[in-house]
Design a protein around this ligand. Structure first.
Ligand code: NAD
Length: 281
């Protein structure tokens, strides 16, 4: 079994992005800018945002975090987004989720100019991705896609099973695999026989949020298995895939941690740079 080392691939991607930012700087005399809006004091969100800011600075992006208390009014956030939409120094805008209950998540997502939507959640980007047009692609599935492609460049005709149908992971992952000419099955909590579906797969992407759901005897020999899950358990952080069992069957598998996670932030930086490049045309 080959361990797909997301940490290493993400470090390589960040190094490439750093070079690209330097080139863009010498060509345009400015660098791409990422602005993150953080609302409230949820510890995981604060940690994610801090990591995003650190990585952005490392590759040479201009990065800014705007912080609001939990009690901030929706109107204030929407007005700030409008201001950032028309700020030429801001290439990408990200509003860290989850939001407090009194703020309408969809309204916030739709307020972001689609050309600055580095999360790829705006309906315009979702539509463009599903139509096969250029778009911002949600960072985690983009990271999974890059890991799969690195390991197996030609995916045409492969049978892929995506476990989970969230807007964040499962659905965009399905679109990316379809674009590569995979035959894709998307499974979810109402799927009748998940094991039987997984056993058909050359590629499994598990994005569920249930610790070690995918077992060793669900995976055929030579499958590529990508584990998106991050689950806190008594024995520490585990994925949605039973690592020890699946590693005995799979051809390749991502670990948790050190697999998909590091790719997510690297892809956020990539999306910011791509938004900047599109804005310069
Ligand atoms: P979600 O809760 O939005 O969606 C979960 C999906 O799993 C749903 O579509 C649901 O239908 C499906 N599901 C639930 N029970 C199922 C079952 N028994 N069998 C099959 N499908 C089932 O979750 P999400 O936001 O997509 O996140 C999934 C996991 O990925 C979580 O563990 C989350 O922490 C992790 N995650 C990791 C990263 C990363 O960077 N590595 C990023 C985002 C999310």
């Amino acid at each position: 079994m080959i361990l797909i080392d997301g940490k290493k691939v993400a470090a390589e991607l960040r190094a490439e992005l750093k070079e690209e930012v330097a080139e863009l700087k010498s060509k345009h005399n400015k660098v791409p800018g990422l602005t993150v809006i953080l609302i409230g004091d949820l510890t995981p969100s604060q940690i994610y945002v801090r990591n995003k800011e650190k990585s952005a600075n490392e590759v040479g992006l201009k990065s800014e975090v705007i912080q609001y208390p939990d009690s901030v009014e929706e109107k204030t956030v929407l007005e700030k987004i409008q201001e950032l939409n028309s700020d030429e120094t801001v290439s990408g805008i990200l509003v860290q989720l989850p939001l407090p209950n009194h703020i309408d998540k969809q309204k916030v997502i739709e307020a972001i100019d689609p050309s600055k939507d580095v999360d790829g959640f705006h309906p315009m980007n979702v539509g463009n991705l599903s139509s096969g047009y250029e778009s911002s692609i949600p960072c985690t599935p983009l990271g999974c896609y890059l890991l799969i492609k690195k390991f197996e460049p030609n995916l045409s005709g492969k049978k892929a099973v995506v476990v989970g149908r969230s807007n964040l992971n499962g659905k965009p992952m399905t679109q990316l695999l379809l674009k590569e000419n995979c035959t894709v099955t998307i499974t979810h909590s109402k799927t009748k026989d998940l094991k039987a579906e997984c056993l058909e797969a050359d590629i499994i992407v598990a994005a569920v949020g249930i610790p070690e759901l995918v077992r060793g005897d669900w995976v055929k020999k030579d499958a590529i298995v990508i584990d998106v899950g991050i689950n806190k358990t008594d024995k520490g952080i585990v994925g949605d895939v039973h690592f020890d069992e699946v590693s005995k069957n799979a051809k390749a598998l991502t670990p948790v941690p050190g697999g998909v996670g590091p790719m997510t932030i690297a892809c956020l930086l990539k999306n910011t740079i791509d938004c900047f490049k599109r804005s310069q045309i």
